[in-house]
Design a protein around this ligand. Structure first.
Ligand SMILES: Cc1ncc(COP(=O)(O)O)c(C=O)c1O
Length: 212
């Protein structure tokens, strides 16, 4: 990369080593993960991503939007449940909330792209079903304050880390602080898979009673 800022529409070239793997996969014709006896490429990716992030579970999906939608469904957000999201985010975020049958509630952000904590505290009410934080362009919101407020109400936090793979909050990897972390591999994100996404969690889903 030159010292001139890269255009957001200049995707990184796919490295030669990755092209070799892609060619081998295409030559095998076996693009369906479930027919591989073991070590399907996507399973290897999930394993490697989980190890990289230091979490138990990683699920590769078609996009970060799909990961956000699945996170909301997995958390049993009830129909019409209010989900706090940043007012400055990407359209896919409120769309995922609506797709999951819930209701997005916009929280103000500052000029630094971070969640306005006064507005967050005011909008986190007893009928808040979940919180979904987009760390926009790698600018991390105050996750200590957000987690403390959400935990005090038993409200699950989803991190939209589409822009933030590899960033840290006080030494903790973004995407591992909330209950679920969601990542994007769309061409202009930090890993270019054309399209693609990943959902990570430590939560095996075996709680007997979930907050609704
Ligand atoms: C902040 C943010 N969240 C989520 C998404 C959705 O990612 P995807 O395109 O992988 O569905 C995007 C996409 O640009 C984004 O910018």
């Amino acid at each position: 990369m030159t010292d001139k800022a890269r255009s957001v529409h200049d995707a990184e070239p796919i490295p030669a080593a990755a092209r070799v793997e892609i060619e081998a996969l295409l030559a095998s014709g076996d693009l369906f993960r479930y027919t591989a006896p073991e070590n399907a490429p996507v399973s290897l990716l999930e394993r490697e991503f989980a190890a990289l992030m230091g979490v138990r579970f990683a699920l590769a999906v078609g996009s970060c939007s799909a990961a956000l939608f699945l996170a909301l469904r997995a958390l049993d957000i009830p129909p019409g449940g209010r989900v706090l999201i940043p007012a400055f985010t990407f359209a896919a975020v409120p769309s995922a909330v609506i797709h999951a049958g819930a209701c997005p509630v916009l929280v103000e952000v500052g000029e630094d792209y971070r969640i306005d904590l006064d507005d967050f505290a005011a909008k986190l009410t007893p009928d808040t079903a979940a919180v979904l934080i987009s760390h926009m362009r790698g600018h991390t919101s105050d996750m200590d304050a957000i987690m403390a407020l959400a935990d005090a109400r038993g409200v699950p936090v989803i991190e939209d880390a589409a822009h933030s793979l590899g960033t840290l909050w006080h030494g903790r990897k973004i995407g591992t602080i909330g209950r679920v972390g969601c990542f994007s591999f769309q061409s202009y994100k930090l890993v270019n898979g054309g399209e693609g996404g990943m959902l990570i969690t430590e939560d095996c889903g075996c709680r007997t009673s979930r907050r609704r």
